[in-house]
Each structure stands twice: as C-alpha cells, then as structure tokens.
Design a protein. Structure first.
Ligand SMILES: NC(=O)c1ccc[n+]([C@@H]2O[C@H](COP(=O)([O-])OP(=O)(O)OC[C@H]3O[C@@H](n4cnc5c(N)ncnc54)[C@H](O)[C@@H]3O)[C@@H](O)[C@H]2O)c1
Length: 359
C-alpha cells in the first residue's frame, strides 16, 4: 500500500478532531525484535495513539513470541506477520526498524517507497556513500526518517544542551565524553560493526554536536588492544580515544572501551568559563568510591530506558505530523563523518580534517 504522507493533519469532527481519530488508529510496523527491538515493542504497547502494531522478524517464531508477550498488556492489538513484505502490505502508518545494521538501508528504502515515516536505529547505513544516498532519497521522498541517537532524549544530555544554549556555562573550552561497555561483544559482532569509532564513539560525536550546536572540523584519534586478540584480528581496537576540534575552537575528548569492569558508563562533561555540567553522573554511575550508590548500570538498556521511551513517543508525534523530526538522516551523516575521520586518523597516526573525508 502506498500512503501519501503529509504533515499537520487535523480536521474538526464534532468535538473530536480527525487527527485524534486517526491517531487512535495509527498502525505501527516494527521490524526486528532482538535486544533493542524488544524494548521498542514494549514501549509501543503503552503509547495510546498506537492502535495496532505489526511485528516482523527474520525469525517468525521470535516475532510471534514477542507479539504474544507485549500483546497481552498492549493498549492496542499486536500481531506478528511472516515477513517484511507482509508487514508493508498490512497498511502500516509508520515503521520502526530495529533489524541488524546491514539491512537498514534496504528497509528504509522500502519505507520511503511506501510513503511511510521511519524510525531507524543507528546507523542508517554501513558506509558513507550509502548514508549520503539515503539522506538525498529521504529529502526527495519528503518522508520523515528519524534516527535512533537516543542520547538526545536522555534528560542529562538535554539539560546540557539547554545550559549551553542559555549561556549558563559561559564559553566552552572542553567536553569530555565516554562510552564504556562493561564487557566486549562476541567476536562475530566485530567485522560488521565498523570498528569502535563508528560503533561506539559515534554516539559521543552526535552528543557533542547536539550539546554544543557546533560542527567538528578536525579529529585526532588513537587506539589500543590490551584485551582479546580478536579485536586486532578484525582490524579494530578495544579502546579508543579521539580528540575533536570544533568550529569555534572548543576541544572535545571522547573515550570508548569494551572493557569497563565497573559497569556501563556513559557520560558527557561540558566545561565552560562560567561553569561545568555533567550528564550521566547519577547514583548508578560506576565510579567507586563515590558512586554507585545502588547497582551500577549493567548496560545500555538500563541506562537509556527513559531515552528509548521518549524517542519513540516523539516518533509517533513526528509520524502524525505534529512534531518536527528531532534527528534526521543528515545528523547520522554528520556523526558518521566524524567517525570516518577518527578511523582514518587512528589508522594513519595523524590529525584528519573533516573536509578530507567529506568529499
Ligand atoms: N541506539 C542504541 O542504543 C542501540 C542499542 C543496540 C542496538 N542498536 C542498533 O539496533 C540494531 C539491532 O541491534 P540489536 O542489538 O537489537 O540486534 P539483535 O541481533 O539483538 O536483534 C536483531 C533482530 O533482528 C532480526 N533480524 C535479522 N535480520 C533481519 C531481517 N533481514 N529482517 C527482519 N529482522 C531481522 C533478528 O532475528 C533479531 O531478532 C543495530 O543496528 C544496532 O546498531 C542501537
């Protein structure tokens, strides 16, 4: 079915708006219900504007199991279908893509062809050329594509952005971001991950851009392998550090590691001439002896539960034409360019200007 998506619907029908009637009937597709897709399925079941959800997974038994689990307590109906083709034929109004990265570009194109607004987990594509192509295709289609950079919906990161924009920190001199996983992924994950800068630090690069409103102009990165040998075998590092220079001269340091035994640690400090603020330094941050007060964060699902919920609720508003897209594919491209520069810098042991990779 091909929809013609148009923003700003809303015609008065008696005391209710057509918008409200349509919202009650919003039919949401969800593709891929693994780790993050299950989180999205659980969020969708509680959004009252979502009248029904259709789930597809390459493993149909998994799609059925998740539909049964979330359907039991959902606001609307939840059904599993046997394939992605069936999902697009089911008359969906919007789609959430949480399949593995190599399928993102194809699935986004299917949604654009159907005129269906898309929420897609990061990254939207595996490489720069494909990402650029998707940015252009989404613009031509005029259909919203919201990218899952969930840190933008974390209250701490949002507060940082507000404080910087309001001038409360004065002029910024330094940002310090970290993404520290408690334990490495399985070796099979690495070859398709793009490496630590594209896979992990890309979230920090987006956060630095989001919080400061500035662009990155140069990156100097390095990396090390002191853990399992499979990182080096995959042409990757288990720990990476990148130093960014922003277009106003502000410096940012982003660290990433696959080995943080204390727990999952994701923070961003913004330090300015008039003050410093930190996102992610809460009672569960794994920083003994001051923190954690309770159990340290074990992983991204716990740390960003609030953000995952908020980003999908916003997507429903975007799909209904009532909200601006908060994170379009151009944002994914901008963060990926920084990751490309970081990867090239680490490989060549030299600073890399963004202009060098943005060609
Ligand atoms: N924003 C975040 O914090 C965050 C966190 C985790 C993962 N992600 C992203 O989400 C995506 C999924 O990651 P995950 O960890 O949930 O993966 P996963 O392997 O746990 O789950 C993927 C699911 O998709 C299904 N699948 C595989 N191929 C498919 C296809 N062609 N069509 C439909 N379904 C298919 C699998 O059966 C599985 O159920 C990745 O792109 C990853 O980068 C983002």
């Amino acid at each position: 079915m091909v929809h013609t998506w148009s923003p700003g619907r809303g015609v008065i029908i008696g005391t209710r708006t057509r918008e409200a009637e349509e919202d009650m009937a919003m039919r949401m597709g969800l593709i891929g219900v693994g780790r993050i897709g299950l989180v999205h399925a659980r969020t969708l079941r509680g959004i009252e504007q979502v009248g029904s959800t259709v789930i597809a997974d390459i493993d149909p038994a998994r799609a059925r199991a998740v539909a049964a689990e979330v359907g039991a307590s959902a606001v609307g109906s939840v059904d599993a279908v046997g394939s992605v083709d069936e999902l697009f034929a089911a008359g969906i109004d919007a789609v959430v893509i949480a399949a593995p990265t190599p399928y993102h570009a194809t699935l986004i194109r299917s949604a654009l062809a159907a005129g269906v607004p898309v929420f897609c987990e990061k990254p939207i594509a595996g490489d720069l050329a494909e990402t650029r192509a998707l940015v252009a295709e989404a613009a031509t289609a005029g259909v919203p594509v919201q990218v899952g950079f969930q840190r933008r919906f974390d209250p701490g990161y949002a507060a940082l952005r507000e404080a910087v924009a309001a001038g409360k920190l004065g002029w910024l001199h330094t940002l310090r971001g970290c993404t520290s996983d408690p334990a490495p992924p399985h070796a099979d994950y690495l070859p398709g991950s793009g490496g630590i800068f594209r896979d992990c630090s890309v979230h920090d690069y987006d956060a630095v851009r989001f919080v400061t409103g500035r662009e990155v102009v140069e990156v100097y990165a390095t990396g090390a392998n002191r853990g399992e040998e499979f990182f080096a075998a995959a042409g990757d590092v288990d720990t990476g550090v990148s130093t960014l220079t922003l277009d106003d001269g502000t410096l940012a340091v982003c660290t990433a590691t696959r080995y943080n035994g204390a727990g999952y640690d994701v923070r961003l400090e913004a330090c300015g001439s008039a003050g410093t603020l930190v996102a992610g330094l809460d009672s569960r941050a794994p920083l003994p002896p001051a923190f954690p007060v309770g159990a340290a964060y074990g992983g991204f699902l716990e740390r960003f539960a609030v953000a995952y919920d908020a980003e999908l609720r916003t997507f429903v508003e975007v799909a209904a034409g009532r909200a601006e897209n908060p994170c379009g594919p151009d944002e994914a491209l901008a963060a990926l360019l920084v990751a490309e520069a970081a990867t090239r810098s680490w490989q060549s042991h030299r600073p890399v200007a963004l202009a060098e990779v943005d060609q």
